[in-house]
Every structure is written in structure tokens, then in C-alpha cells.
Ligand binder design. Structure first.
Ligand code: UD1
Ligand code: CA
Length: 454
């Protein structure tokens, strides 16, 4: 049956105390609304509408999906009003599914079950909570049938003891829902049009109300404050850590890992504490990541060791390489088999051939290095002349002595040696020693200046 999805996201999110709309705050590296949309997309809906509030253009721009239908709710007059504003014309028999922009972990199977339960009736997603807090309470009659929902602010003491709550998610045929929405009133403690009132209307109309039970409390948990967001972040991270361990990766401490994106990993890897993965990261088998690393949008092949405190972004690291500690590997870095980058080395747009080493204190940018080359301590590719970037090419087996500057564009031939301290401004021929430093001299009888007395 065709499905119409409406996502409510017009609430002000006052308790976030933020200039950023609540649904744009990130969870596991992705805005809340993106999590919700990802779940909505699993359902193959004919149309997805998002009801947003004033200032919500930021949400629209951030989501940037033209296939969505955006509806502004100028005044936040309640959840029932929001659905009324957001419900488009369409086939009266379509199922309309109502979701929440601030409930990011709702399960795809739960949504599908709720939508399926709404054929010819009103389906309400509920759950029993040990602490039902300020949620709306589900009222059931003696036969156990749902008779209505009472908001916490409108509930009696006896009703407040009910532990089955309204998650907010509902589904119903369009024609029935539209009819109920048109008849809502705002005569209640908050002076709002409550969506929840459609339940008692359905009962009065003789339309069955079906309760569907959520899998767990986490999937229906909404975010209202930064503290709730942080608590959910930990829960999500714990699940990610558990699934990584279940698929064969060791973690020094599952509570000290953060994955903000998609991480896929082979087996027998080890990740030390306080490592952050961002974007799309792929790790091969037996990869070891030292403590305190940040790794973003990078592929790391089998048997690589990344030592402590490296920042790696947009790189491809070949099998058996060693990186760090304290390396900064920037976009466009490609390391071939067994290459080594040591401490305080920065690379950018650098192709490093198999077995080549850049072990200490270097900047290598816009550079292609052949196999088995050795780049000494403190070598700098001077790739930028203030206007343009230029390339440095270093051949197979080349040896660049310590503290050289390679002023690009420049080429060092295969098996060439560049003497320590050289500022290379012209190509260094293959197989030769090139050295460009002033001759050393020693001055006999020279004395250091001394302070005059008085
Ligand atoms: C609502 C339910 C309550 C349920 C709870 C679950 C009603 C009347 N109450 O209460 O039974 O237990 O959710 O979390 O429905 N929104 C709009 N426009 C508005 C008002 C709200 O788009 O005018 C959106 C908010 O952005 C939010 C959602 O609707 O995503 C829920 O609104 P909120 O005010 O948080 O509802 P609750 O009072 O928590
Ligand atoms: Ca409210």
C-alpha cells in the first residue's frame, strides 16, 4: 500500500540552548534529521514531508534533498496542528506514517511493522518504561483495548502511574487521519492541538486502535537537551564498539572509541584508546592503531601500524606500512607497500613508493617518490612559490640527506644522493652526488667577543 511519511521537526528545541536547530545537532557524526531520514528511506514511501518551524531554512539547506517535501509550520500550535499542516492531498487509502525529527534511532523494522498495522485502523507505537516521566500515558479499557492517550500535564495521579507510554509514532489511513485532525481542539493544559487526541476520536468512530510495541526504549528516545544527546552518543558508540569486536577487532577500551561515519574493518586488528574515526574508513586485517589517532576518509591495508597521535585524512595506506607517532597525513597521500612515515612528518598529495622512508621531521607535498628512497630528517619540499604549487619527483633508491630543501619544480634522479643541507634548485642527476652548500672553513686564532668590564 502506498505510504506517505510526515516527519515533525518544527519544535523550537528550547532546551538545547542553541542557535543551531535541534535536528542539526550531530549524533555519531551525522545530524539527527539525517538519521531519521535514513530510516524513513528504508520504507519506500511515495513521499516524505518534513514539517519545519521558522528559521528552519537552515535545516532545509543542510539536508539538501530536493525529493523531500518541506512544509513550514509558522506557529508551533502542537503536534496535531503540525500533522494537519504537513498532510498533503492524496489517495484517501494511503497509509500516513508520522515520525519525529528528534528521535534518531527508530528501527526500520519497527516503522515497517507500524505502517503495516495501520490498514483500516489507527496504529500507535507504545512501550512500557520503568520511568514514564513526562510522556503521554496509554489508557486501556478492561478488555485491554486502547481507549485514549492522556498527556502527563493533563493526567490524574492514578493515570500517571501507568507505565505504557505514547512514543509519538503513529500510522493511519489518510482519510481517517485528515478527518480527525480537522476536529482537534486546543482545550487542554498546554493550549495545543494534541495529535494524541486522534486516539479517542478513533475509538468514538468505532475505528480499531492497534498498539504496536517498540523493540527497546532507545529506539523511541527523543533528544531534548545536550545531556540527552551526549548520553545517546555514548549508547550509539557502545553499539558500534560491540559490533566491531563481534566482527573480529580488538579494542583497548570500547568506551574510548568514537566512530563518526562508516568504519569497516578486517579481523585481528587492534585499536588503542581515544581513537576517532570520521567519514568512510576502511581497515584491512591486522591493522594496529595507536592511542589518540584521528583517521578520516582513509583506506588502510593489511598489517599496517599507525602509532600514537597521528592525524590521517584522505589517504591510502598500503600493506605493511608504518606511520607515526605524531604524523600528519593529509589528503592525497598514497603509501605503497611497506613505506614508512615517522614522527613529525607531514605529507600532502604525496605518492611514496614501496619501501621508501621519511622518518623524521619532514614536509613532503605535491611529490612523487619512487621505491626504496630515503628522505632524511628535516627535508622540506618547497612546493609553493606564493602563487602556484609545483611538483617534486624523487626517483627509486634516491637518498636525500638531512635538512635539504627541494625547491619545486625539481627532479631527483634514480639512485641520486643529495648531500645534507642542500637547497636544491635544479635537478639532481641520477646516480650522482649533488651537494649545494657553501664550503666549510675554520678560522685560526679567532676569539669570541667578550663583555668589557665596567
Ligand atoms: C509528544 C506527545 C506525547 C508523547 C511524546 C513522545 C502530543 C500531544 N504529545 O509530547 O504523548 O509521549 O511526544 O516524545 O503529541 N512539533 C512540531 N510542531 C509543534 C509541536 C511539536 O513539529 O507545534 C514536533 C517537535 O519538533 C517534536 C515532536 O513534534 O519533534 C514532539 O513535540 P514535543 O513538543 O516534544 O511533544 P511532547 O510534549 O514531548
Ligand atoms: Ca509539548
Amino acid at each position: 500500500m502506498p505510504l506517505e511519511i510526515i516527519i515533525l521537526a518544527a519544535g523550537k528545541g528550547t532546551r538545547m540552548k542553541s542557535a543551531l536547530p535541534k535536528v542539526l545537532h550531530p549524533l555519531a557524526g551525522k545530524p539527527l534529521i539525517q538519521h531519521v531520514l535514513a530510516r524513513a528511506r528504508t520504507l519506500d514511501a511515495g513521499r516524505v514531508s518534513i514539517v519545519y518551524g521558522h528559521g528552519g531554512e537552515a535545516v532545509r539547506d543542510a539536508v539538501g534533498d530536493d525529493s523531500l517535501r518541506w512544509v513550514e509550520q509558522r506557529e508551533q500550535l502542537g503536534t496535531g496542528h503540525a500533522v494537519r499542516v504537513g498532510l498533503p492531498e492524496g489517495d484517501p487509502d494511503d497509509t500516513v506514517l508520522i515520525m519525529y525529527g528528534d528521535v534518531p534511532l527508530i528501527g526500520a523494522d519497527t516503522l515497517a511493522g507500524l505502517a503495516a498495522a495501520a490498514a483500516g485502523c489507527l496504529a500507535v507505537l507504545t512501550i512500557e518504561l520503568d520511568d514514564p516521566a513526562r510522556y503521554g500515558r496509554i489508557l486501556r479499557d478492561d478488555a485491554g483495548e486502547i481507549g485514549g492517550i492522556v498527556e502527563a500535564g493533563d493526567a490524574s495521579d492514578e493515570q500517571l502511574r501507568i507505565r505504557e507510554i505514547n512514543t509519538g509514532f503513529m500510522a493511519a489511513p489518510r482519510a481517517l487521519l485528515a478527518d480527525w485532525l480537522a476536529r482537534l481542539s486546543d482545550d487542554n493544559s498546554q493550549g495545543e492541538y494534541y495529535l494524541t487526541d486522534v486516539v479517542s476520536m478513533a475509538v468514538a468512530d468505532g475505528v480499531p486502535v492497534r498498539g504496536v510495541t517498540a523493540n527497546d526504549a532507545l529506539e523511541v528516545r527523543g533528544i531534548n537537551s545536550r545531556a540527552e544527546l551526549a548520553a545517546m552518543e555514548r549508547e550509539v558508540q557502545r553499539r558500534i564498539a560491540d559490533s566491531l569486536m563481534a566482527s573480529g577487532m580488538s579494542l583497548a577500551d570500547p568506551a574510548r572509541l568514537d566512530v563518526r561515519g562508516a568504519l569497516s574493518a578486517g579481523i585481528d586488528g587492534h585499536v588503542d584508546v581515544n581513537v576517532v574515526f570520521e567519514g568512510d574508513v576502511v581497515l584491512g586485517d591486522r591493522v594496529r592503531i595507536g592511542p589518540g589517532c584521528v583517521i578520516r576518509d582513509t583506506q588502510i591495508a593489511d598489517d599496517v601500524s599507525v602509532h600514537a597521535h597521528c592525524v590521517i585524512e584522505g589517504a591510502r595506506i598500503g600493506p605493511g606500512c608504518s606511520v607515526g607517532p605524531f604524523a600528519r597525513v593529509r589528503a592525497g597521500t598514497v603509501l605503497d607497500v611497506g613505506a614508512r612515515l615517522g614522527n613529525f612528518v607531514e605529507t600532502k598529495e604525496a605518492k611514496v613508493g614501496a619501501g621508501s622512508k621519511i622518518n623524521h621531521l619532514s614536509y613532503v607535498g605535491d611529490c612523487v617518490i619512487g621505491r626504496d628512497a630515503n628522505i632524511g630528517a628535516g627535508v622540506i619540499t618547497c612546493n609553493y612559490d606564493g602563487a602556484d604549487k609545483h611538483r617534486t619527483v624523487i626517483g627509486d633508491g634516491a637518498f636525500i640527506g638531512s635538512d635539504c630543501q627541494l625547491v619545486a619544480p625539481v627532479t631527483v634522479g634514480d639512485h641520486a644522493t643529495v648531500g645534507a643541507g642542500t637547497t636544491l634548485t635544479r635537478d639532481a642527476p641520477a646516480g650522482q652526488l649533488t651537494v649545494g652548500r657553501s664550503p666549510q672553513r675554520s678560522v685560526r686564532g679567532w676569539r669570541r667577543p667578550t663583555k668589557k668590564p665596567g
